[in-house]
Design a binder for this molecule. Structure first.
Ligand code: F0G
Length: 369
């Protein structure tokens, strides 16, 4: 095959760098590695709005519709473009699955190597499949995500590896674009922003994005940032490292988040909160969102939906009771990754299907109508 240059092509697509270049750490020297990420739908949810009541409006930012089906693509386009600009030939990351999928895809696009270090046996099958499909070098370690990140930090000391975890500020910069899009769509920032909290990069990025757009005069208000952790993996909520984090939401199974301090500042400065939701609440919210709004997300992404239900129910003692928020508040929930990434957790809703005769009578009988 002849050599092609995917990054300089005029057909490189309209991703978040093309759209928000002036807010990002790129210049005319930066080769843009893009898969057309961002511009994801902000979907109004009449049912969640009704659950909150008093004229409040709830919107869902559906980040599962990015090129590798998670929000990580926003930061990865910037991190890999910068790695290429700095002539790096290998990117490396630790991951609970989505970062590795995004890193592998953007590295493939850039024509550079990608190494992903994962906790063995802890990655949802769709995400692991993605890392292999995009041609990454995959290493499974006998440890959890926090161990994997420690290893990656050590290897990243070498000058020939670029770390593309969210400890890389280029990742955070790219992820700010989700906040820009929300403001562009709503005409202002929401009053409340709910999202899952794992390694804490995303809450940090959203808050930075909201503030930056505010400083540029693009919105009048700033939202309260409300992060939700799984009850068994809630270091920020409990304010201590969790040695052995446990939750079905494998994406946020993290006991010692890298951006812990920045997340605390985001919550403090925005007058927000961090709360917890149980695995049962997460799975119920995941199913509710799929069957009531047609939005299928992975378990971690359902945490803010479970959290919103908790905030609406004073009996569950939410940290941030929505019964007390002003009338007509605007609320955005970010759902971070697509449900197809983690098919196993939903496997029980696929009932066994004995084939029926190919006629209308038998089919109507089968659906009990
Ligand atoms: N939701 C999903 C689907 C995620 O994959 C992650 C993090 C989060 C939420 C939490 O975001 O870490 O910025 O607070 N996934 C990382 C990974 C850790 O390796 O894919 P965060």
């Amino acid at each position: 095959m002849t050599e092609v240059d995917p990054v300089q092509s005029e057909h490189r697509g309209r991703g978040v760098i093309a759209r928000y270049e002036r807010f990002l750490p790129v210049s005319s020297e930066t080769p843009i590695v893009s898969l057309g990420e961002g511009d994801t739908p902000l979907i109004f949810s009449p049912r969640l709005s009704a659950a909150v009541g008093r004229g409040c409006q709830v919107h869902i930012k559906y980040e599962g519709l990015n090129p590798t089906c998670s929000f990580k693509d926003r930061g990865m386009t910037v991190a890999v473009s910068k790695a290429l600009e700095h002539k790096m030939v290998t990117v490396i990351c630790a991951s609970t699955g989505n970062t590795s999928a995004a890193a592998a895809a953007y590295a493939a696009r850039a024509g550079i190597r990608c190494v992903v270090v994962l906790p063995a046996g802890k990655i949802a099958s769709g995400k692991l499949l993605q890392a292999f499909a995009y041609g990454a070098k995959v290493v499974a370690i006998d440890g959890n995500f926090d161990d994997a990140l420690r290893v990656v930090r050590a290897i990243g000391e070498r000058s020939d590896f670029a770390i593309v975890n969210s400890i890389n500020p280029d990742r955070i910069a790219g992820q700010m674009t989700a906040a820009f899009e929300i403001i562009d769509a709503l005409g202002d920032a929401p009053d409340f922003h709910l999202l899952p909290l794992g390694n804490a990069g995303n809450i940090t990025a959203y808050w930075a994005g909201y503030r930056q757009y505010h400083a540029a005069g693009n919105c009048r208000r700033l939202p309260a940032m409300i992060g939700f952790q799984a009850a068994g993996a809630a270091p920020v909520y409990y304010d201590r490292v969790i040695e052995n984090p446990k939750t079905i939401a494998s994406a946020i199974r993290i006991g010692n988040p890298a951006s812990w301090k920045a997340a605390k500042s985001a919550v403090h400065d925005s007058r927000g909160a961090v709360d917890i939701v149980t695995d049962e609440e997460i799975l119920a919210a995941q199913r509710w969102l799929a069957t009531h709004e047609g939005i299928f997300v992975e378990p971690a992404s359902a945490a803010p939906i479970a959290g919103l239900f908790k905030c609406c129910d004073p009996a569950r003692k939410p940290i941030y009771p929505f019964t007390q928020i002003p009338e007509s508040s605007t609320i955005v929930c970010t759902v971070t990754g697509h449900g197809l990434k983690d098919p196993e957790v939903m496997a029980d809703c696929m009932i066994k299907l004995p084939p029926v005769a190919p006629n209308d009578e038998e089919v109507l009988k089968a659906i009990e109508i």
